[in-house]
Design a binder for this molecule. Structure first.
Ligand code: 15L
Length: 282
C-alpha cells in the first residue's frame, strides 16, 4: 500500500511540528504522510534523516542530552515523540533512551512553552492483561516488559504534565505497526501505515483535549482494545486486518504459551515464570 502525503493543513492549532525518532519505522511513515502539511516540520533522530521539503529541518543527536532536547523543541507547537527503543531490552538501554530522554524532552517542551505532545506509548503497557478479556483505558496498567514499564512511565509523565501544566498530551498505545498483519494476534492488534499517520495527524490537529489515551490499531473486526478517547481526537481508522485472515489466522502459539494467554503476545513469554501451583493466579 503506497502512502500519499496528506493534504496541506490550513487551520490547525499546531503548525510547527517536531517528530522525534524520525528515522525509525513509524517515524519514516509519519514523515512521508505529513511532509508539506505544516508550516515547519523538524525531524530529530540519532540517525540521519533526509528532508523532503523546503519547510523541513533535521536535527541529529541524543534527546537524553537536555541541550539537544531544548534545541529540538525551540519554536515548536507540537512534539510528536516516537524516539526510543521500540522493543524489550536490558535496563541499560531502556533507562537512557525511553525514560531519561522522555523526561528531558517533556521538560524542554514545557520550558519552551510547547502546549501539546503526542507520545508513542504501546499496548505493552497493558500486555499482562488476559487475552480473553477486552481492555479499555480504565483497567490497571500491567506492563509485560521493561519496555512496557517505560511506556507506563511515559503515560504517567503525560498525566502529570496535563494536570499540572494544562498541556494536551495524547498517549497512543500502538499495537502492531506493519504493512500487513503477520499472525492471528495481529488480526486484533494491527495498525496500517495509513491509519497510523491518520492517528498522529488527529492528535496533532484536534482542539485541546487534555489527557487522552488511544489504542493505535486499525478498524479490526477482532479488536479487543477499546478507545473511548478516539472520538475526542477525531480518529476514525479505515483499514481492517480481517481481509488477511484466511492467510494468517492459523498462526497461533500453543494455548499454554504466555504469548497466547496475554494481550502482549510474545513480549509476555520473555523471561516469564508461571506462579507455583496454588499461587496467585493471573
Ligand atoms: C510494540 O510496541 C513494538 O514496538 C512492536 O515491535 C510490536 O512488537 C508491537 O508492539 C506488538 O505488540 O505487536
Amino acid at each position: 500500500m503506497s502512502l500519499q502525503p496528506l493534504p496541506k493543513a490550513h487551520t490547525v492549532a499546531a503548525s510547527r511540528v517536531l517528530i522525534t525518532g524520525a528515522a525509525g519505522g513509524i517515524g519514516r511513515c509519519l514523515h512521508r504522510a505529513l511532509t508539506g502539511r505544516y508550516a515547519r516540520l523538524r525531524l530529530a533522530d540519532r540517525a540521519p534523516v533526509e528532508a523532503m521539503g523546503a519547510n523541513e529541518e533535521t536535527l541529529l543527536g541524543d534527546l537524553a542530552d537536555p541541550a539537544l532536547a531544548a534545541e529540538a523543541v525551540r519554536d515548536i507547537d507540537c512534539v510528536v515523540h516516537f524516539a526510543g527503543v521500540p522493543r524489550e531490552a536490558p535496563w541499560d538501554a531502556i533507562l537512557p533512551n525511553n525514560i531519561v530522554a522522555t523526561v528531558a524532552l517533556f521538560e524542554a517542551a514545557r520550558a519552551a512553552g510547547v502546549r501539546r505532545i503526542v507520545f508513542a506509548s504501546s499496548n505493552h503497557a497493558i500486555g499482562f492483561n488476559r487475552a480473553d478479556a477486552y481492555v479499555g483505558i480504565d483497567e490497571p496498567v500491567r506492563p509485560d516488559s521493561r519496555y512496557g514499564v517505560s511506556k507506563v512511565f511515559g503515560e504517567a509523565l503525560a498525566r502529570l504534565f496535563v494536570d499540572k501544566y494544562a498541556m494536551s498530551v495524547a498517549c497512543l498505545r500502538i499495537g502492531s505497526f506493519r504493512e500487513r498483519p503477520e499472525d492471528a494476534r495481529q488480526l486484533a492488534t494491527w495498525i496500517s501505515p495509513r491509519d497510523m499517520a491518520e492517528l498522529v495527524r488527529c492528535a496533532i490537529e484536534a482542539p485541546d483535549y487534555g489527557f487522552a489515551v488511544v489504542y493505535g490499531i486499525s478498524a479490526n473486526t477482532r479488536a479487543r482494545w477499546t478507545s473511548p478517547d478516539a472520538a475526542r481526537i477525531g480518529y476514525v481508522p479505515r483499514d481492517d486486518a480481517e481481509q488477511y485472515a484466511a492467510e494468517i489466522a492459523h498462526i497461533v502459539p500453543p494455548p499454554q504459551d504466555p504469548a497466547a494467554r496475554f494481550h502482549g503476545g510474545a513480549f509476555c513469554g520473555l523471561e516469564h515464570v508461571d506462579p507455583p501451583e496454588g499461587g496467585a493466579s493471573r
